[in-house]
Design a protein. Structure first.
Lengths: 258, 624
């Protein structure tokens, strides 16, 4: 049975890196007694693959992994069992079967959606009108956005403009997952309600991290970029379908059968 | 969720921020304002080491079962964070509530090895707790020590308010109850320390006066007041099946050294190796009921989700119900593909059979710890392992498909000669030859024999507590002897030789048998920057040498000096069950190259029988 799981991660859990999250979920499957399938051989491992690594320090309500299980649990029971064994700051949002021939989440990812709160101490404005004007101006002035991207082989220059599918400013946080109230309150205190809303190319071909956009914005404003000035949250991950000239980007969660 | 004590800026800057944020699965959440006693247990080393230690998991669970107590955890900040905390004056904090350690009622520090002593000072320093016990008031936590090194706590005497000698499951509740009572009654810290010294097993160093002879040896070691006991008796749990054990151990987010369920199957060891401190300290041997262990194995695997379970003991093969337990584990673990790890097993037909069931023969290696190269020296140290047994075990293993062997030895043992050292290489050669007796088409390529030697450090409460330890030069010369002889062997290409660092061994030797005059030396070394001495990358022997010179420490006094039977040793005030007479008798037997039977084959009258249980009262006819 091919199962897809969607989860959220926030608060202190943002400091747990990708590999440790994988280990975390492997142990969680045992605690929740999910009958996950194992590979064969002397050191069998769980058949589980994550969609897209999330950087340390970034929160999310759109993380996915796929796994093979022996049987299909009713969604509600699976969610209850898993959420009973989660650490504070991780929440399993969705669980269900996907089509046997569906591409796995790792290869399916084509776009990631982010929402960024700008902390009061940051050099960029976090008042809605001011930020919107700044972004509008920035996009008009930059038909090309050349950034230096660090790769394994060294550094290379890249124009990220074609890979920005959406850049807009929101008056208040969107997203479908409601984070705990105390957490939201604290966040609002640090960042206000204005959010920078981004949809960026993601996946194995081109992967644009939100900090590249923030770096470019800071550079345009003549300021230095500092990661901890921003509260970055990934809202969702999307696949890509349809013709190349008019693609559509369905959420990876859409493939989960209800 | 607790607000972290460290800012996002710091957490993003340091290595492995997960070391400092707590929130792990099964960590205990309580409202700290709703309890009477806030305390923390500390392992003074980095998180990944500290979290691998079973003792704190046991005590953490035990203390938190008390409704009136909240026990949290603390580990040493790694060097990167250490520097930031100093620069920014951030007080050391607990993992669970992220509150300053200095606000607690108790801080318990486990002392597992001598090389963590500077880390103890770091903990106090970063916590902003006065270093010396005498400078603390009710404004500060009571700092208590425990663990194997507390059997000679003297080098740390100035820094601790008290030490707990023995197993934590016994009198800690009395210690806490007395605290509540004394605080409620408005008593002073001094009054509390005086009273807590009356609890059996508690040693309050400030209540004892030590005087010295001109030659530096101890002239007298006496309580300052008549109501303070002259001898402190080790506390142990006699029914180890019935004591509390964590059903929900804390599961770290990051990979730690022991990332598995640990099942303690027995305490103590029947073997009586004369160099081994643990083998003497934890007598008598006490086994845990196999049904109890099966229950814990199941529950702990379910509650942690770990993919491995390991048995813990000083000698797993001596657990009488081992076959039954292992069969159960193999059955139980196969369901969820849990690995079984079986350390400290004697290599014989049974263990080889078990190992071939639970691990990949091609990837695993066999471990033997003959400790000495010749039969003569093995008799001196009472290591009841013969060459015949080793060659037989290795032979069976080679026939079964294994081709890697690890051999552990010690260098610098009492009475050791060049011939004994050469025998290390000869033994490795014989094992290799045994391997190549197998026809070429039936064996699995070349064999690999890894010989490792550590340097012998005489430890308190062993028959070798009086002996001379080697100098650094002697140690290195001895390692060279082994290295040279290995190079002369026919099958040298199948052998690899590793030896331990000699510098750090000397320091361990000084501290292991040190006295309370070393306290100021430790502090000076720490001030000079010594920290994480057990980590080779941060061990600076030159700083220690500088300190010894500055503080006029005679290193030879502590290391190479042979003690007499009459000398008052710094740890003589502790009664660990095993008597000084027995240890001396064993030292004499060692010198005459005779072995002493293990506890099951015949009682040697060590003294531990006075605790009234364990192997001393087993029905000898019922077991081999």
């Amino acid at each position: 049975m091919k199962i897809r799981v969607r989860f959220a991660k926030w608060g202190m859990m943002k400091f747990i890196g990708h590999l440790d999250m994988m280990r975390y979920f492997q142990k969680a499957m045992r605690r929740a007694e999910i009958d996950i399938c194992y590979s064969t051989g002397y050191s069998p491992h769980q058949i589980m693959s994550f969609a897209q690594p999330l950087g340390v320090g970034v929160e999310s309500c759109g993380e996915y992994f796929d796994m093979e299980t022996e049987t299909l649990l009713p969604k509600e029971e699976a969610l209850n069992r898993l959420n009973a064994v989660m650490a504070e700051g991780v929440w399993v949002m969705d669980y269900g079967k996907i089509a046997e021939d569906a591409p796995n989440s790792m290869s399916a990812v084509a776009m990631a959606e982010y929402e960024i709160g700008i902390r009061n101490k940051a050099p960029l404005p976090n008042e809605f009108d001011e930020l919107e004007a700044f972004i509008k101006n920035f996009l008009e002035e930059h038909q090309e956005i050349i950034v230096v991207k660090k790769t394994k082989k060294g550094e290379k220059e890249l124009d990220i403009r074609p890979h920005l599918y959406l850049v807009e400013v929101l008056k208040e946080p969107g997203g479908t997952f409601s984070f705990p109230f105390s957490y939201q309150e604290e966040e609002a205190e640090q960042t206000g309600n204005t959010r920078l809303h981004l949809k960026l190319a993601a996946g194995s071909a081109v992967n644009i991290k939100p900090n590249l956009v923030l770096e470019a914005l800071c550079k345009a404003a003549g300021e230095t970029y500092n990661f901890t000035d921003y509260a970055i949250k990934r809202l969702d991950l999307y696949g890509k379908e349809g013709p190349e000239e008019a693609p559509v980007y369905p959420s990876l969660g859409n493939m989960i059968e209800t | 969720m607790q607000k972290p004590a460290l800012s996002d800026e710091i957490l993003m800057k340091i290595e492995k921020p997960a070391r400092y944020i707590g929130n792990e699965i099964n960590s205990i959440v309580k409202e700290k304002n709703n309890v009477d006693i806030c305390m923390a247990m500390c392992f003074p080393d980095v998180y990944e080491i500290g979290m691998s230690y079973l003792g704190i998991q046991i005590l953490y669970d035990m203390f938190n079962r008390r409704e009136d107590t909240y026990c949290e955890r603390v580990y040493s900040p790694w060097l990167d964070l250490d520097q930031i905390m100093r620069e920014e004056q951030i007080p050391l904090f607990t993992l669970e509530t992220q509150q300053p350690v200095k606000d607690l009622d108790f801080l318990g520090i486990t002392l597992q090895y001598e090389m963590c002593y500077t880390n103890v000072l770091q903990i106090l320093d970063l916590a902003q707790i006065p270093m010396f016990s005498k400078e603390r008031t009710w404004e500060h936590p009571l700092v208590m020590g425990g663990g194997p090194c507390s059997y000679n706590p003297e080098p740390l005497a100035d820094f601790f308010d008290f030490f707990y000698i023995g197993e934590g499951e016994t009198v800690y509740h009395e210690v806490l109850d007395l605290y509540k009572e004394y605080r409620r009654m408005g008593k002073s810290r001094q009054e509390y320390l005086r009273a807590v010294a009356g609890i059996s097993g508690i040693y309050v160093p400030s209540l004892y006066e030590v005087t010295y002879h001109e030659d530096g040896t101890i002239a007298s070691f006496e309580p300052k007041y008549p109501d303070v006991p002259k001898t402190v008796t080790k506390q142990i749990a006699m029914d180890v099946s019935d004591i509390c054990y964590p059903e929900k151990p804390v599961v770290p987010f990051i990979k730690v050294t022991q990332d598995r369920v640990v099942l303690e199957i027995l305490r103590g060891c029947i073997r009586g190796c004369r160099f081994c401190q643990a083998g003497m300290l934890y007598r008598p041997t006490r086994e845990r009921d196999v049904e109890v262990l099966k229950h814990y194995a199941k529950v702990m695997l379910k509650n942690t989700g770990h993919e491995e379970i390991s048995l813990s003991s000083l000698s797993s093969s001596d657990y009488t119900k081992l076959p039954e337990l292992v069969d159960f584990l193999i059955e139980e673990c196969s369901k969820q593909r849990v690995n079984i790890s079986l350390p400290s097993l004697r290599i014989d037909a049974f263990s080889l059979d078990v190992m071939s069931k639970v691990q990949d023969v091609k990837k695993s290696s066999l471990t033997f710890a003959p400790e000495a190269g010749s039969q003569r020296l093995r008799d001196v140290i009472n290591k009841g392992l013969t060459e015949e047994v080793i060659l037989h075990g290795a032979g069976e293993a080679f026939e079964g498909g294994w081709n890697r062997v690890k051999l552990y030895f010690m260098l610098g043992l009492p009475t050791e000669t060049l011939e004994d050292r050469k025998n290390i290489a000869y033994l490795a050669e014989k094992i290799a030859e045994r391997y190549y007796e197998i026809p070429k088409d039936q064996r699995n390529g070349k064999c690999q024999i890894v010989v490792s030697t550590s340097f012998f450090v005489p430890k308190p409460f062993t028959p070798f507590q009086w002996v001379r330890m080697c100098t650094k030069e002697e140690f290195l010369e001895r390692a060279k002897n082994v290295n040279d002889t290995i190079k002369e062997q026919l099958n040298k290409k199948s052998m690899k030789y590793n030896w331990h660092e000699a510098d750090v061994t000397i320091l361990e030797g000084i501290l292991a048998r040190g006295d309370r005059r070393l306290g100021k030396v430790l502090l000076r070394a720490y001030e000079k920057g010594c920290l994480y001495d057990s980590w080779s990358e941060s061990f600076h022997y030159s700083l220690w040498l500088e300190t010894f010179e500055e503080m006029k420490v005679d290193v030879d006094f502590y290391t190479t000096r042979e003690r007499s039977y009459e000398e008052i040793l710094p740890w003589d005030f502790i009664d660990c069950g095993v008597t000084k007479e027995f240890l001396w008798r064993e030292w004499e037997t060692a010198q005459s190259e005779r072995v002493t039977k293990n506890c099951r084959s015949g009682c040697a009258g060590c003294g531990a029988m006075k605790f009234g249980g364990g192997v001393c009262f087993e029905d000898k006819s019922a077991v081999c």
